[in-house]
Write a protein that binds this ligand. Structure first.
Ligand SMILES: C=CC1=C(C)c2cc3[nH]c(cc4nc(cc5[nH]c(cc1n2)c(C)c5CCC(=O)O)C(CCC(=O)O)=C4C)c(C)c3C=C
Ligand code: FE2
Ligand code: FE2
Length: 361
């Protein structure tokens, strides 16, 4: 939804004949993007969503002649059931939507409110998904209808990956090909190394430590994985994840051995980035580590990979190997320090496009 407080009205230009289309006053759009969500956890909703997701060449780069028969005949006949059952465990029944959608709506509302204070109604804020709804194309259309002659596109992934940031940008640029009047465009790059983002992560760790009478022995930073081959072919995601851990550790003032980096969510037969979180937590427990906390710094919002995989499968792996206390530190979601860091990131990238009310005064 675009900003309801808007006073902007479309008008017909003075020179124009009666049938000239109305031209809305110029505005700037900020379009947030996250990964996606099925419309429901039933078989067909899951199949539609997974088909769109797993047919994306940025995610799975095998040639279509090799991959599509396997995807259509084997994977999409089974995975919609198993994934659907996992979604059912975490589904927001009240709103009938996935947690990722609920949280993205809350983030958007909080960012909209802050940017309205900073820029008034010249800047409109909305969100879209790469897969599923609301689609990127539908939101690009709405923004152009609302008069956005400039759009700042912001994929909500702290670290760059071809499978996330680049494919979100691809979809955005594809949507623009349908538009007669293409707005000026900027895309927001990875923001994992911003001090305000690292500070928001560190505060969430400090809160978790303060909440427990006996603090955890160590922190596992668990990032979504990807095939190791993608790293070898030039994807910087691995390095940006490692650097995120280092910056977080430095901000916390901790020694190197108090944080472990690991990668989760392996999919398919290839080797992925290692160590695998599910194995690493078991190894730690076998070595005698009794208390761990897990944080997921690659996810800007909790989703199936955090709520179900980390807090389910990975927790079980630790406990079965002898671990005693497992704390999951939630994603930053609509936490105030996170919203502030995202708004600062947006403001930096809007420089020269929009003027903040404070500096106008
Ligand atoms: C945070 C960064 C992410 C990277 C990097 C990433 C790479 C990547 N993912 C797959 C395959 C799957 N991803 C799945 C879910 C999923 N992935 C991310 C983020 C990243 N993926 C998120 C936020 C989610 C959760 C979405 C949600 O709706 O909650 C899944 C599970 C799909 C399912 O069964 O529901 C798969 C499979 C690959 C192959 C890949 C690297 C190339
Ligand atoms: Fe993924
Ligand atoms: Fe690296």
């Amino acid at each position: 939804m675009l900003d309801a407080r808007s006073t902007h009205r479309a008008v017909r230009p003075e020179h124009a004949p009666a049938d000239h289309p109305p031209v809305p006053p110029a505005r700037t759009g900020v379009l947030l993007a996250n990964l996606g969500t099925p419309d429901g956890h039933d078989y067909w909703s899951m199949r539609r969503y997974l088909n769109e997701f797993l047919s994306d060449k940025r995610v799975i780069d095998y040639p279509a002649w090799k991959w599509q028969p396997l995807l259509q005949a084997v994977i999409l006949s089974k995975r919609p059931f198993s994934s659907g059952a996992n979604y059912r465990l975490i589904w927001n029944e009240e709103l009938n939507e996935s947690p990722l959608l609920t949280i993205t709506k809350a983030q958007t509302a909080a960012i909209r409110e802050t940017l309205a204070d900073w820029y008034g109604d010249d800047v409109v804020v909305d969100f879209c998904m790469r897969y599923g709804n609301p689609s990127t194309a539908s939101k690009v259309r709405q923004m152009i209808d609302a008069g956005c002659q400039r759009i700042l596109f912001f994929p909500l992934y702290p670290q760059y990956a071809g499978a996330t940031t680049a494919t979100a940008n691809d979809q955005f640029f594809r949507a623009l090909t349908a538009e007669k009047w293409q707005p000026a465009i900027r895309t927001v790059p990875a923001y994992f190394d911003r001090p305000d983002f690292i500070d928001a992560l560190a505060q969430s760790v400090e809160r978790s430590w303060a909440d427990q009478p006996t603090p955890p022995d160590l922190l596992v930073a668990s990032y979504h994985g990807m095939p190791r081959r993608y790293l070898m072919e030039g994807d910087p995601y691995h390095c940006q994840c490692q650097k995120t851990t280092r910056l977080l550790r430095e901000r916390l003032g901790w020694p190197a051995d108090r944080i472990v980096t690991a990668f989760q969510s392996r999919f398919g037969p290839e080797e992925w980035l290692k160590p695998y979180t599910v194995e690493e937590v078991a190894r730690l427990a076998e070595k005698g580590v009794k208390r761990i906390a897990v944080i997921a710094p690659a996810f800007s919002a909790d989703c199936i990979e955090t709520l179900e995989e980390i807090n389910g499968e990975i927790r079980e792996s630790f406990e079965e190997a002898g671990g005693e206390s497992f704390t999951y530190i939630p994603c930053l979601n609509d936490d105030a320090a996170h919203v502030r860091a995202l708004c600062n990131t947006i403001a930096d990238n809007l420089s020269g496009w929009a003027v903040r009310a404070e500096s106008q005064a």
